[in-house]
Design a protein around this ligand. Sequence first.
Ligand code: NI
Length: 141
Amino acid sequence: MTDGLKIELGRRYRFSASHRLHSSKLGEEENRRVYGKCNNPHGHGHNYVVEVSVSGTLDPATGMIANLADLDAFVEREVIEPFDHKSLNEDVAVFRENVPTTENICTEIFARLKHFPKAKLERVRVEETGNNTFEYAGEEP
Ligand code: NI
């Protein structure tokens, strides 16, 4: 009797992108003070790791909650293609207004993935470096 079992699936993706931390809400001096070398005018890059967790009910026929190929295609289209080897500040519209900190990248990826039709998005975790990870699970309903 596997009907109704709720299972969570985690999948890891990678993209490389450059960014510059600079807020239009702060002055030049304040930007330098807050962001340090991350405020350098020409930016710098990271190899980001994104962990996507979705949940769903086990389908007794397939033995799966969702097809990994469907999730991969969705994440590829919504996140990897628009972000990979891009300048986040210039190439991704939302980051012309919002500073591309990993916090903001994380919530933006969540917003892009929450409409995945085959399973429920539980959480997005973004690793900027081996030392920094950020996690977002959406707003409480
Ligand atoms: Ni950075």
